[in-house]
Design a protein around this ligand. Structure first.
Ligand SMILES: C[S@@+](CC[C@H](N)C(=O)[O-])C[C@H]1O[C@@H](n2cnc3c(N)ncnc32)[C@H](O)[C@@H]1O
Length: 253
C-alpha cells in the first residue's frame, strides 16, 4: 500500500505550489488532478506516471466524489506515491476532507500538503489586502450558494457578517447580481466596494471593481470564462493604491 498525498496546487501561478508539493509531483507514480490546476504543473509530473483528470467544471460532472475516492484507494494499492492535486488548498472548498475520511476508512495512509488558497492569493494579485489596519480586521470565506439561499430566521441571518470584515465569495460567478442583492438584504450597504477577479494569478487575470449596487451592471457584456472570486469590503478600495500585477499580459517589468 502506498500513500496518498492531498496536495494543494495553489491558485494558478505554478510558482505558488509549496516545495513539498512540487517534490511529490516529481516522484508520484500516479497523479489525480482537478480542472483548476495549472497545466504547467502537470508538465512537472514524471513521464511514466499515470495522469487522471477528474476535474469538475461549471455545469459538468466528470466523476462523482465517491468515484474519485475509489480511484485514490485503488491507485494506492499499486503506487508508492499517489498525488491528489487540487486547486488552491485541499481543505478550502476542495472536498479534501471527504477524501481524507474515505482514505482513512479504507485503511490507506495519507498526508495533507496545504496549498495557497485562491481566497488569499487572488485578492493579493489584484492588490487587495484582506485585512488592513483600521479598515478590516476579519475575513469570511463563503460560497455563492450561502449568500443566495433564502434567509432563514434567527441568528443565521448575520452569522458571517462580522463587523468591518472582508467577505470572499467562491463559486459565485454565475450569480453575481443575486449575491450582491443577498449581501445587501443581509445588512451590507449597497455602497460597499466589491470586486470580481477572474483567473487570478494567471497572466490572463482580470479585475472588475464597483460596489454591491453596481458590480452586476459593470460586468454586463463582459464575458468571464475563467474561475472567479468576488471580494466585498472597504479593502477593495485600496486596490487603486496597491495594484502591482499587470493584468492581461503578465507581470510588470
Ligand atoms: C471548488 S472551489 C476550490 C477552491 C480551492 N480549493 C482554493 O483553495 O482556492 C473553486 C472556486 O475557487 C475560486 N478560484 C479558484 N482558482 C481561482 C483563480 N485562479 N481565480 C479566481 N478564482 C479562483 C473560484 O471561485 C472557483 O469557482
Amino acid at each position: 500500500m502506498g500513500t496518498v498525498y492531498l496536495v494543494g496546487a495553489g491558485p494558478g501561478d505554478p510558482d505558488l505550489i509549496t516545495r513539498k508539493g512540487a517534490r511529490l509531483l516529481k516522484v508520484a507514480g500516479a497523479v489525480v488532478h482537478d480542472a483548476l490546476v495549472s497545466p504547467k504543473l502537470l508538465d512537472e509530473v514524471s513521464v511514466g506516471a499515470e495522469l487522471h483528470d477528474v476535474g469538475r467544471r461549471a455545469g459538468t460532472k466528470r466523476l462523482e466524489q465517491s468515484q474519485v475516492n475509489e480511484l485514490l484507494i485503488e491507485l494506492a494499492a499499486s503506487h508508492e506515491v499517489v498525488v491528489r492535486l487540487k486547486g488552491g488548498d485541499p481543505f478550502v472548498f476542495g472536498r479534501g476532507g471527504e477524501e481524507a475520511i474515505a482514505l482513512k476508512a479504507a485503511g490507506v495512509s495519507f498526508e495533507v500538503v496545504p496549498g495557497v488558497t485562491s481566497g488569499v492569493a487572488v485578492p493579493a494579485y489584484a492588490g487587495i489586502p484582506l485585512t488592513h489596519r483600521g479598515i478590516a480586521s476579519s475575513v469570511t470565506f463563503l460560497t455563492g450558494h450561502q449568500v443566495t439561499s433564502p434567509i432563514a430566521a434567527g441568528s443565521e441571518r448575520t452569522a458571517w457578517l462580522i463587523g468591518d470584515g472582508t467577505i470572499v465569495v467562491f463559486m459565485g460567478l454565475l450569480r453575481v447580481d443575486a449575491i450582491a442583492r443577498g449581501l445587501v438584504e443581509r445588512g451590507l450597504s449597497p455602497e460597499t466596494p466589491a470586486a470580481l477577479i477572474e483567473s487570478g494569478t494567471y497572466p490572463s487575470q482580470r479585475t472588475v471593481t464597483g460596489t454591491l449596487a453596481d458590480i452586476g451592471d459593470r460586468l454586463r457584456g463582459i464575458e468571464v470564462s475563467g474561475p472567479a472570486l468576488i471580494v466585498v469590503g472597504e479593502v477593495v478600495a485600496l486596490r487603486d493604491r496597491i495594484r502591482w500585477f499587470q493584468e492581461e499580459g503578465g507581470r510588470p517589468g
